[in-house]
Design a binder for this molecule. Structure first.
Ligand code: ATP
Ligand code: MG
Length: 494
């Protein structure tokens, strides 16, 4: 597959700290957070003009699912735009709470474990051909994902238990995965979820649902996380021999690996060999490098992905984490924690270090520690502000998300009732003409244009300044205005 559609869903941790009184419980804070969303879309589950989905399930973990992207930087931009959108909602929620006599601060964390130890996810979705062999998912992809934490984990301080001291681990999610591959709901936390909901032509494609990833703060970590996974999938799809790395027990392996940052923890393969995470990653990296040398790079970031992948494996193998401590979340965070612990003479079990661990994931651009490290040149960024800002309002131009964004923006400008999801586009008054766009690569669809043509009246596209000037969140600003009056609906035929 030359191009691949990928989307990422992020659930955020939410907390409200009251000033001079107790903060609101998370479910009430979440209702405040989503108030502008519900006002805008009459629902707490909406698709927005940039093609993404904002969603509040029961409970209190607001979710943002990126639009379908077929370009790595678009994907990272769309995911990062989700943080900015949530941050904007948090500031508005804070104001609304204060106006109701509940002053305080709203915290949104892009991590995967709250202070009570509950876990929430960052799910990746990869479009794969239906012909992909399931067997290859367990012999190659699963071991890759079990060990991917050493190159793309978010890192975490594990609190002390009766048998173990507090220590640093590669991954946030590793201890919270319960199965290898399963089609059961995501609640049972399989590493790979095979629930068959392709949001595409089911005869041709599957949507591979990867549940195991840690949320990434760092854009370079995202580049490596999604870029390396795509390369492994490409090798699997090509039918190239990749060896058999199948693990005897993926769940005990993923935990074991996470808790040993030397990368030397040994796990057993089904064939009875003892291997380390470094060996599995090194092996797949070497194969990926030769694969690219043979077949050529399929996008212009492949070189960067490979360079960073090789360096990350070397950093763990050699113990010289400074090789990646500006690019990979766990290493960036670990360096910070080590420095603070050293300076203040704190042990890893000290609650102040836990606070640093949490604050690393605070999405507030002024308060969050990751963002502070970026400002100090201690963490690298890939995207410039202009691209990020654009991703808040504009869908990726090269996938179906472009159709969705145009459709819902035009319908809104006409005041026409409508529903959309990943595949469907419907005007409430014309249910029989609903259009399914099954091809996620289709950035245009004449049927959707025809449907929009039924909404008479000219539209004018607003420029950035006009959108910024609208009162609500930028992500929910209107893209068009109707310039000629919309005629009244035709009288019903009796
Ligand atoms: N054909 C596709 N292939 C790969 N990814 C896709 C495809 N269609 C949509 N996506 C992506 O899949 C994600 C779907 O997010 P959503 O939160 O709706 O997930 P879900 O798992 O289907 O639903 P839920 O979260 O309600 O269980 C989005 O990020 C979207 O961009
Ligand atoms: Mg989801």
């Amino acid at each position: 597959m030359e191009r691949r559609v990928v989307g990422v869903e992020t659930e955020f941790g939410l907390a409200h700290q009251g000033r001079g009184r107790r903060g609101l419980p998370p479910d009430e804070a979440a209702r405040y957070l989503f108030r502008p969303v519900v006002d805008w879309g009459r629902s707490s589950n909406v698709f927005i003009p940039n093609g993404s989905r904002l969603y509040l399930d029961v409970g209190s973990h607001p979710e943002y699912a990126t639009a379908e992207c077929d370009d790595l930087l678009d994907l990272i931009a769309s995911d990062r735009a989700g943080e900015l959108i949530m941050h904007d909602l948090a500031l508005r929620a804070q104001e609304a709470m204060a106006a109701d006599g509940l002053p305080g601060s709203v915290y949104l964390l892009k991590n995967n474990i709250d202070s009570q130890g509950n876990s929430y996810g960052s799910h990746e979705n990869y479009l794969i051909p239906r012909t992909t062999h399931f067997r290859r998912l367990s012999t190659v992809l699963l071991p890759f994902l079990v060990t991917r934490q050493i190159i793309a984990g978010a890192g975490r301080i594990v609190p002390p238990t009766e048998d173990q001291e507090a220590h640093f681990a590669f991954s946030q999610r590793a201890d919270h995965m319960w199965e290898g591959i399963s089609s059961a709901t995501t609640r049972s936390r399989p590493i790979i979820n095979t629930r068959d909901e392709p949001h595409a032509d089911a005869a041709v494609h599957r949507r591979l649902h990867v549940i195991v990833g840690d949320s990434s703060m760092s854009e370079t970590t995202q580049l490596l996380r999604f870029g390396s996974t795509d390369l492994v999938l490409r090798m699997i799809e090509s039918g190239a021999p990749l060896g058999d790395h199948e693990l005897e027990n993926p769940i005990s392996a993923i935990r074991h690996i996470s808790h040993d940052v030397t990368g030397r923890a040994r796990v057993r393969t089904r064939e009875g060999r003892q291997v380390t995470a470094v060996e599995i990653q090194q092996n797949l990296f070497d194969r990926a490098r030769s694969f690219v040398a043979r077949h050529g790079a399929h996008h212009d970031r492949v070189g960067e992905v490979l360079e960073l992948w090789g360096r990350a494996v070397e950093a763990v193998a050699s113990g010289d984490h400074s090789l990646i401590d500006r690019e990979i979340d766990w290493a960036i965070k670990r360096r910070l924690i080590d420095e603070v612990a050293g300076r203040a003479g704190l042990g890893l079990g000290d609650a102040r270090l836990d606070q640093i661990d949490f604050a690393y994931h605070d999405i507030h651009p002024d308060r969050g520690l990751f963002h502070l490290l970026v400002r100090r040149g201690r963490a690298v960024r890939l995207l410039d502000e202009a691209r990020l800002r654009r991703a808040i309002t504009d869908p990726p131009a090269t996938t179906r998300a472009a159709v969705r964004g145009r459709f819902l923006s035009a319908a809104r400008a006409h005041g026409a009732g409508h529903t959309v999801d990943w595949v469907h586009h419907k005007l409430v008054d014309r249910p029989l003409e609903a259009v399914m766009v099954k091809d996620p690569f289709a950035a245009e669809d004449p049927r959707v244009d025809t449907l929009l043509g039924r909404l008479r009246g000219e539209l004018r596209e607003l420029d950035d300044a006009e959108r910024e000037a609208q009162p609500g969140p930028l992500a929910l600003s209107e893209r068009y205005v109707a310039t000629s009056p919309v005629p009244p609906p035709e009288p019903p035929l009796i």
